[in-house]
Design a protein around this ligand. Structure first.
Ligand code: SF4
Ligand code: SF4
Length: 298
């Protein structure tokens, strides 16, 4: 028998964990017994965290705050931002997927292509399942990435950007910080995917061990060392001088990796992620930085 949740946070964790454990969609391909993702972990941000407004100002007016996304789903509810919580979760790649991907130099491994496609389908189902479960229990909740208005626009400062950034939510919630390649480095590394739900539910906010330092867990920014993700990119889209060149990255994915995985495995989506493995932050905060965050890395 499954244990009964002892707190609202434990209840939310059990919803996510049970779906990850039991859903047949959490598989590398339909009918496979092999899970697409390792065990999920979650963190919680307050809807009125000032970082959300600052992120909107940086990316562009089209980017949603949690309150704006919530209002799209529940236009008749009057809710303060401080009553909302952003539940952000991380789905780590399995070690089998990371090992396969680490052997590749120019094209994503089969497991990686499948987790990007079938695993993201599961992630979409998990977002919806979490929002529906909370709403059914009397806590209105929405998965903004699943709203009809979810979209990509041109940000003046950052080029193509979505109006609900799962990585930025995860940063605000305390799950991780950005690396040289723009990926988010979490305690479970950078070979991960994210999802989130906005809910009117009083959950404790997760402490953010790195404050507002959005590069704290990247060796390049913290110590001026590493740079191991740059030579992993076959498109030359990561450089010490300029960081991540989104245009070059998108071009390589559009012209090379997507057509390859479609033709080879019949999978869609936009897989690549070669820069997420064979690096010190693949599956952890880099060892040289761990000591600084020891108290909060449990
Ligand atoms: S591989 Fe090194 S430089 Fe690149 S994101 Fe990770 S820690 Fe930073
Ligand atoms: S996702 Fe692929 S193309 Fe984009 S930066 Fe990483 S390795 Fe390069």
């Amino acid at each position: 028998m499954k244990p009964v949740a002892t707190s609202p946070l434990a209840w939310v964790e059990s919803i996510i964990h049970d779906f990850w454990q039991d859903s047949p969609q959490n598989s590398l391909y339909p009918g496979s017994e092999e899970k697409a993702w390792g065990e999920p972990h979650l963190a919680v941000a307050s809807g009125d965290d000032p970082l959300f407004v600052r992120i909107k100002a940086m990316i562009g007016p089209f980017h949603w705050t949690p309150a704006e996304a919530f209002a799209l789903a529940f236009p008749s509810l009057v809710v303060l931002s401080s009553e909302l919580r952003v539940i952000s979760y991380v789905l780590p790649q399995t070690s089998a997927t990371r090992i396969d991907q680490g052997k590749e130099k120019t094209l994503p491994a089969e497991r990686w292509a499948r987790s990007r496609f079938y695993g993201e389908e599961f992630n979409c189902a998990l977002r919806q399942h979490l929002a529906a479960s909370l709403s059914a229990a009397g806590f209105p909740a929405v998965a903004p990435e699943r709203l009809p208005g979810f979209d990509y626009r041109q940000s003046e400062a950052y080029g193509l950007a979505s109006n609900w950034s799962e990585r930025h939510n995860a940063f605000v919630a305390g799950l991780g910080t950005f690396g040289l390649s723009d990926g988010l480095i979490t305690r479970w590394g950078k070979a991960v995917r994210f999802g989130s739900v906005v809910a009117r539910l009083d959950l404790p906010v997760t402490p953010r061990p790195y404050g507002e330092d959005h590069h704290a867990w990247c060796l390049w920014y913290a110590k001026g060392s590493c740079g191991a993700c740059a030579p992993r990119c076959p498109a030359g889209a990561i450089t010490a001088a300029a960081g991540h060149d989104k245009r070059a990255c998108h071009r390589y994915i559009r012209e090379v990796t997507s057509p390859y995985t479609q033709a080879t495995y019949g999978t869609g989506a936009t897989p690549c992620g070669l820069c997420q493995v064979r690096i010190p932050c693949e599956a952890q905060i880099p060892g040289a930085l761990l000591a600084r965050f020891q108290d909060s890395s449990g």
